[in-house]
Every structure is written in C-alpha cells, then in structure tokens.
Design a protein around this ligand. Structure first.
Ligand code: SAH
Ligand code: SF4
Length: 393
C-alpha cells in the first residue's frame, strides 16, 4: 500500500435495510404473516424451513406459495451472510469459514468436530464471532490487532451457526455446541448476543441445549451481571490469562477498567446463582505468564470457587514475537493448579479446541494492518510488557 494512504478500507453503510430473518422473534413472524394476509400456519412452515432445515433463501421453502416466497424475500434477508469461503484444517476435523457481510466486512467462524470416544457421543462445536474486530486489544490476539469494526446483528451471529448446520446436516450430523469465542467481545455487544443465544437455545428456533452454549468474555462486569440476573443455563467463560493485576493490565487491557478481583467476584456470583461452573481461559505464553509463581497466583485466586481452568498454548500471531509455552511448562502449571485444588484441563495447540486461532483468517484477508504498523505495535507491546514484568512480585 503506498505511503500516506489509510490502512483501513472504507466500508459502505449496510446497503441492505431488510432485517435478517434469524433475528425476527417468532411472535413477530406470526404478526408479519397475518399482516401479509396469509393464513397463520404459514408462519410455522417458514420457521420449519428456517430453523429446521437452515434455509438460505426463500426459494428453498418449496411448499410455500410463490407469492409468500416473494413477500418474504422482499421484507427479510433469509441469510445475512453475503458469501463464505471455507478452509479445512486438522485433517478435516476443523473447518474455518470466512464470511463476508452485506457491507463487505469479514468475520470468521470455525467448525470443530470431535469423533465419538468411549461413552461420549460425537460432538460438533461451532465457534462464532460477535463483532467484526474487537476494541479490547489483547496483544496476543489477531482480532485485537484488527481494532474494532462494528457490532454484529442478532441474525449475523445466528446465521454463522445456520451456515455450519446446513453443511453438517448434509452429512447426517448436527451441531451440538456453540461457543462465542470467535472475533469480538460478546458482552460489549450484549443485547444482540443475548438475543442470539436465546434464539439458539429456544426449542422453537435453533433448539440447542442451554448448557451447550458458552459465552466467553474478557471481563465486562456489567455484562456478567446481566447474565446473572437472567439466570440462563449458558456456560460462562472468563478470559483470565493472568492472576496478577499488572500483568493482566498488559495481556487484557480491559483489566484497567474492570479489575481482576471484581471480574472474578462477578463471575463467582454467576456461578453461585446459576449453579454453573465458570471456565477460566488461560492462554499460555512462553516466559510471559507461565511461571510457577503465575500458577500459584491463579490457584490462590480460584481456590474454593465453582471454577475450572482451561490452559491453552498460545497460537503465534504476526504482531508479537511471543510463542506458546512448552508442553513441560504447561504440564507443570497444571500440576500446581491441581495441587491447589483447582480443576484444570490442558488444551491441545491445534487451534481447533476453542477456535483459538479465530480472527487470524479475517486479519490475513483484510490485508491489514500494514507491516510497519505491526512492527510498531510489536515494539510497544514488548516495551509495555517489559515495564510491567519488571515490577512483578
Ligand atoms: N473476546 C472474548 C471472546 C473471543 S476470544 C474473550 O476474549 O474471551 C476467545 C478466546 O480465544 C479467548 O480466551 C482468547 O483469549 C483466546 N485467544 C485469542 N487469541 C489467541 C491466541 N493467539 N492463542 C490462543 N488463544 C487465543
Ligand atoms: Fe478481543 Fe477476546 Fe481478542 Fe481480547 S482475546 S482482543 S477480548 S477477541
């Protein structure tokens, strides 16, 4: 890109004002059918095609009269994803999709398949995005590097899941789990995210078991408090990454606004009120947050709480020289947590476990940031990191 030009491509305002059908409440669909002067049972038929067969266009709803199909396309977008490119990974067990939205923005979702093992049935987990980009700016995250683009609508969130449902249904499978661990901070787009999770777990809509939906947050306390008040059976995941305030300020910059101790308190309230164990995500970065002292700090923070820790070796990203912790380091960290009585799982470093590389594909495709900006950012991250670490206990 020639010097002096902005590195951020301009995005058109959304050229399509029609609401996405996936964001329309079933009662509103009934009202629309009535106001369009079709008999009430047509609403049920539309919902069956949309939620049961994951239709992408009204023309697939072949038992509807042509006039209703035309009216539906006139007033709604049956699918809000303009187009999608899929890339396989991990010998076909993982597939990554890059979705282009109507305004040209790119978001990513990932399908992870886990073959049946012992008494455990086969699972198919979809990792979805809640925003294009992210404002939080965690230095180890490809999405953070992109900066914030915009919030996704309810339909744009749900349609990522319907995309994969369409594909796996063709193989006689179904989606069993959804995790909000793709691009974006779900609880900074809380209304659409809560509505999308509601649609995904509504038996009359997508129909997933509530426990099979996980919302991951970097620690947006007002959002966690809203979830606690709603008392859903969704799983809450908190991205911890450090248990000492100075280090977490660097690794999760939102910590300066919502400090660690308050985040853990809010998450513990969620666990106590819902009876649901909170997952704490901990990305393991070589030499940065993986020492025995770091593990002891995590143990002291979480001991005695309804909590579970997931250790995830970092996926390397372009804008930092940081690398994943060695397997030995991760194992030693896990042992310390176990000794402290904190349940812990070590995730494999294949990107597929939680879609940890989510955001990287979109970052590549967007062609930004320019290499010079990456270098500057990398220098800054390392400077800030060094300053913070030198003051550590
Ligand atoms: N914004 C939310 C949800 C999306 S990120 C959050 O931060 O919780 C989902 C998970 O992927 C987070 O736990 C995040 O820390 C992790 N992640 C991001 N970049 C990663 C990387 N380079 N390697 C491993 N995990 C990463
Ligand atoms: Fe945003 Fe989550 Fe990435 Fe942090 S890890 S920048 S909160 S998407």
């Amino acid at each position: 890109m020639p010097a002096g030009q902005p590195s951020t491509p301009a995005f058109a305002a959304d050229p399509d004002a029609r609401p996405g059908l996936s964001g329309v409440h079933p009662d509103d669909l009934v009202s629309w059918v009535a106001s369009s002067e079709f008999p009430p049972y047509r609403a049920r038929q539309i919902a069956d095609f949309h939620w049961g067969r994951h239709a992408a266009t009204a023309s697939e709803m072949h038992t509807l009269p042509a006039s209703l199909r035309v009216a539906l396309e006139r007033d709604f977008r049956v699918d809000t994803l303009a187009d999608t490119t899929v890339r396989p990974a991990d010998a076909g067990l993982t597939e990554k999709a890059l979705h282009r939205l109507a305004d040209g923005r790119l978001v990513e979702s990932v399908l992870m398949r886990y073959p049946a093992r012992g008494s455990r049935r086969e699972r198919a987990t979809v990792c979805i995005s809640s925003q294009a980009g992210c404002a939080v700016g965690c230095p180890f995250c490809a999405t953070g590097e992109l900066g914030f683009g915009r919030d996704l609508s309810v339909a744009e969130i749900v349609d990522q899941v319907r995309f994969w449902a369409r594909r796996v249904t063709a193989d006689g499978r179904r989606i069993t789990n959804v995790v909000f661990m793709g691009m974006g901070e779900p609880l900074l787009n809380a209304d659409p995210v809560i509505e999308a999770a509601t649609a995904l777990t509504d038996p009359a809509r997508f129909g997933l078991g509530a426990r099979h939906v996980t919302l991951s947050t970097s620690g947006v306390i007002p959002g966690i408090e809203r979830l606690t008040a709603l008392r859903p059976a969704w799983t809450l995941a908190v991205s911890l990454h450090a248990a000492t305030p100075g280090l977490r300020d660097v690794l999760v910059p939102l910590n300066r606004r919502y400090p660690l101790a308050d985040v853990v308190r809010a998450a513990t309230d969620y666990a106590d009120v819902t009876g649901r164990r909170v997952s704490y995500e901990y990305v393991m970065i070589d030499g940065i947050n993986d020492t025995p002292a770091d593990a002891e700090a995590v143990g002291a923070l979480l001991r005695g709480r309804l909590a579970h820790v997931n250790l995830i070796p970092m996926n390397p990203v372009a804008h930092t020289a940081w690398r994943p912790s060695s397997a030995a380091r991760v194992a030693a960290f896990a042992d310390i947590l176990r000794l402290a009585g904190v349940p812990v799982t070590v995730r494999r470093n294949r990107g597929e476990e939680i879609g940890a590389a989510c955001g990287q594909l979109a970052a590549e495709q967007a062609g930004r940031p320019a290499p010079e900006a990456v270098r500057r950012r990398r220098d800054r991250v390392e400077r800030e990191g060094a300053a913070s670490f030198s003051g550590r206990p």
